[in-house]
Design a protein around this ligand. Structure first.
Ligand code: CMP
Length: 143
């Protein structure tokens, strides 16, 4: 079963959108297998966003994600990596379709509410970066 890493960014946490975002993925039918609030360190931010190191906005990106707590999650389910990206909408909220998370709750590309893994490889890497194995559960739903 596929797993993805999703993170409500500091803007989403401060605007009390955690419950709304969790609810959307629950209602879609995905399973939450790990979640925690955390303050992202500069080192973790630079590793997580390593692929953007040469971009002009890298400093801003690291500064923002370390500015206040995030809500990190691991979700499980069929095709959850690509489906979650559809539910999040385009990276730039002004290009995101209404009905998606960024389309409904964001305006600025730097404060786009949520991050989600973009491939099987990045999901595995990001889950491993943010979570220890014993922080994730594995269960079959019976209700
Ligand atoms: P995310 O999915 O977390 O992955 C990289 C992030 O870089 C992206 O969301 C945006 O929030 C951010 N980003 C992309 N382009 C810009 C930009 N031009 N200025 C600031 N941040 C950006």
């Amino acid at each position: 079963m596929e797993r993805t890493f999703l993170m409500v960014k500091p803007d989403g946490v401060q605007r009390n959108l955690v419950g709304e975002i969790v609810s959307r993925f629950e209602q879609k039918g995905y399973t939450l297998v790990g979640a925690k609030m955390l303050a992202v360190s500069k080192e973790l931010a630079e590793t997580h966003y390593g692929e953007h190191k040469e971009r002009p906005f890298f400093g801003e990106l690291v500064g923002f994600i370390t500015s206040s707590p995030v809500f990190a999650m691991v979700w499980e389910g069929e095709n959850v990596i690509s489906e979650a990206r559809k539910m999040m909408g385009a990276t730039n909220p002004q290009e995101a379709t209404p009905g998606t998370i960024r389309g409904d709750y964001g305006i600025q590309v730097s404060k786009n509410v949520i991050h989600g893994s973009d491939s099987v490889e990045s999901a595995a890497r990001e889950i491993d970066l943010f979570f220890n194995e014993d922080e994730l559960v594995s269960f079959k739903k019976t209700n």
